[in-house]
Design a protein around this ligand. Structure first.
Ligand code: HEC
Length: 169
């Protein structure tokens, strides 16, 4: 009798708790995404990357007071290394996120006005650069060889031709 009550407490109670969690998970689980839904999501990303591409190659007046655009120094997102962020950046003497480095370049080499870090514009610049670095291993904090990035296959999927210059290899 005593043994039974111990095993009841030990095993049945946790099992019951597990069943409750499992049921809750089942109830909240949804059907897998359909092909159409997946395509719609992918299209949104492509739209964002395209917006980023336009900003990357065109010097927008608010982002640049000297006519320089990202592509002047980072054609095809070369040497932007999104896969290495966050990492320590000497100019700020702290660990910086990718988007902070984007703003650093807007404010310094481009002498422009920093973007709101959570704006659609910042996300678009990130989308474009990350898009071209798909499949590259994440090496957060990498300091050495920081300009040795991938060889992006130009603007894959964006229906634009790569410049063919500025590759890191
Ligand atoms: C006039 C040239 C120039 C322009 C224009 C420029 N950058 Fe840069 N960018 C640099 C230089 C130089 C560095 C290296 C700075 C350092 O490591 O301290 C750099 C570094 C970066 C990095 C960090 C790369 C790494 O691995 O540390 C990112 C991200 C970046 N730029 C994004 C951009 C974006 C986005 C734009 C456009 C909004 C832009 N840059 C415009 C010259 C430029």
């Amino acid at each position: 009798m005593k043994i039974q009550s111990i095993s009841l407490r030990r095993y049945v109670a946790p099992l019951f708790a597990l069943a409750v969690v499992a049921t809750a998970t089942l109830v909240t689980a949804r059907e897998p995404f359909t092909k159409d839904e997946l395509k719609a999501m992918d299209d949104k990303l492509t739209q964002s990357a395209k917006r980023g591409y336009d900003m990357w190659y065109g010097a927008r007046a608010d982002m640049s007071s000297n006519g320089l655009a990202c592509a002047n120094c980072h054609p095809d997102a070369a040497a932007t290394n999104p896969q290495t962020f966050p990492k320590y950046m000497p100019q700020a003497d702290r660990v910086m996120a990718y988007r902070e480095m984007v703003n650093w370049c807007i404010e310094n080499p481009q002498a422009g006005k920093a973007l709101d870090v959570s704006s659609v514009d910042m996300v678009a610049l990130e989308s474009y650069s990350y898009y071209l670095h798909r499949g590259v291993a994440i090496q957060t904090g990498l300091q050495t060889r920081q300009t040795a990035g991938p060889e992006p296959k130009s603007a894959r999927g964006l229906n634009v031709k790569g410049t063919g210059i500025g590759f890191d290899k």
